[in-house]
Design a protein around this ligand. Sequence first.
Ligand code: FAD
Length: 522
Amino acid sequence: MVVLGTGWAGTSFLRNVDTSQYDVKVVSPRNYFLFTPLLPSVTCGTVEPRSIAEPIRNIMRKKGEQIQFWEAECHKIDPVNKKILCRSNICTNSEGKGEFAVDYDYLVVALGAKPNTFNTPGVVENCHFLKEIEDTQRIRRSVMNCFERACLPGLSDEEKRNNLHFVIVGGGPTGVEFAAELHDFVSEDLANLYPTVKDLVKISVIEAGVHILTMFDKRITEFAEQKFQRDGIDVKTNFRVIKVNDKTITMSSGLTGEISVPYGMVVWSTGIGTRPVILDFMKQVGQADRRVLATDEWLRVPNCDGVYALGDCATISQRKVMEDIAAIFRVADKDNSGTLTVKGIKDVLEDICERYPQVELYMKSQQLENFADLFKDASDDALKESKKLDIEVFKKALANVDSQVKMLPATAQVAAQQGNYLAKCFNKMKICEEHPEGPLRIRGSGRHRFHPFGYRHLGQFAPLGGEQTAAQLPGDWVSIGHSSQWLWYSVYASKQVSWRTRFLVVSDWIRRFIYGRDSSCI
Ligand code: FAD
């Protein structure tokens, strides 16, 4: 059994799989597990990098069984010959290539994703990403460099202001958390150390949608926007970044047209894209027209013997969701005319969005902006009543959802639950084969040994700075403020993968309370 990746999905799988039943080999360019939810805290020195990294060999050792780990990158999956091709960046073999091949019976693909730049010119060259531990160190250094540069003699106020303009592109949870962290760092620590330039600092969040934190409850979005306004963080919604050069970032909106603003540092956090090795694999297995690798509900890659995919690199194909959507339209179209009034269509879409938040996110994205235009035209009541729209147009637009959108959120929660689920299936595989009369589950017209994967949402947090956090817990229970911040501390301390990292993270928090954050440019 070969496991690709040591992130949330891969590590959760490794921790739970019964290694006495399988000969497990792990391939990853990262020899540690990274607790990604605390990455924004590392950018400003609230938590140290090593506190959120657990060596993968520590995790393997605790299993007590022989697992082999190779620090290398898989650059090709060959499902026909059941092998993967790997490349090590730290060593070259006798032929000087550092390349090797590994055969597998079972392949668990948990490669995660890469930052998505939407091919915006200049982003890769000029922006920071926030995905790996190295990114956080680069950002930390860059923030300090901006402050030190602004203090050099001979700079005009204008130049100092430009150096101290921090831009965050993307108003999702990561961008918002980073903006809040940075604001706290500046106001609680750097303002005392750089008193001459503290008033020239500006933090901007640029978001293409109408609001920030759209995946959260409306109350949280509103609170976050108001808090950022009070804190002096400039939130620019409805702005799309079109290019970035080494000094300015250019964006456009319907109202203002194109504008370019100078910056000191840009952090790009606009979601995730598919890794090249997965794109290549998708071509081989007939999924070239999709954006995300699809699996069935048991996390198996269709038509690909022994290959499973989980976490950010894959999505469960939701044929059932599409069937539900078709059924909702059918019920609404009482007279079976194939058309609905504008209001009828609006009700149907609201119903769909309520059931499937991911569809709502997709509809809000660029591709379906024409929906909004349509409803704008229909603001007149008379038109709402009389104008009929063809259902097929809407069904066609929504049919894309399945191939373009990751139907489960790309979060650590989903990845970890999938890793755990798949490990349990593998652990039971032998018993099921020996006792085929055993606990078979019936689904639809077929039979299967295991339940399909079911996601259990445990809630989500949005830290907003100033020791305030917004929490959205199951049942749409919303809590915002200082009490949620303490809930955030306790949940993230308890979720650490080892007592060592738990101790380090908690002691970093205490250190920060006592001494503040470290501002050295190391
Ligand atoms: P990853 O954790 O990214 O792991 C991928 C693994 O594959 C890595 O070990 C990588 O080194 C390895 N790999 C990559 N390429 C190759 C290759 N070619 N060959 C072999 N191995 C390879 N989620 C939450 O639920 N809550 C949060 O608060 C939260 N905060 C976040 C904050 C930040 C800054 C970020 C970046 C993400 C956050 N997430 C959060 C999302 C969460 O981190 C991801 O959803 C999760 O990491 C996905 O797990 P994964 O195992 O699929 O991928």
